[in-house]
Ligand binder design. Structure first.
Ligand code: SF4
Ligand code: SF4
Length: 114
């Protein structure tokens, strides 16, 4: 296979319109779900820093307050870096009985904080 001469030769993914991340709820791709236990959380912000999707949310005081399930991909980085095991990963199939919004939409942040 010959090496591409420039980036235009490489088949790449494209986005349909600017700022589409706000409209495309990519959390639908997730097969694993992080569950945050605020009783254990010491708000060290390691998960906030490491989340590749900026899905960890903070309150007005800068403390971790939840996870945005509309965009979280379930990669598990947050659970891996948490020093106090405040985040655990669960199969999406464990949540099949919860109220869904927009079809398969996983719901609002507060639904995933215990
Ligand atoms: S890494 Fe763990 S302890 Fe630190 S802010 Fe996130 S959930 Fe809380
Ligand atoms: S599972 Fe991954 S995408 Fe979701 S909040 Fe944790 S680090 Fe972010």
């Amino acid at each position: 296979m010959s090496k591409p001469k420039c980036w235009q030769d490489v088949p790449i993914g494209t986005i349909a319109w600017g700022a589409s991340a706000l409209d495309v709820e990519t959390g639908l791709w997730r097969s694993m779900r992080p569950v945050l236990d605020l009783n254990k959380c010491i708000s060290c912000l390691k998960c906030w820093v490491q989340c590749p999707d900026m899905s960890v949310q903070t309150d007005e005081e800068g403390r971790v307050s939840g996870i945005n399930m509309f965009f979280c991909k379930g990669c598990g980085v947050c659970a891996e870096v948490c020093p106090v095991d405040a985040i655990t990963m669960h199969h999406e199939s464990d949540f099949t009985s919860e109220k869904r919004e927009h079809g398969e939409n996983p719901g609002m942040v507060a639904d995933h904080v215990k």
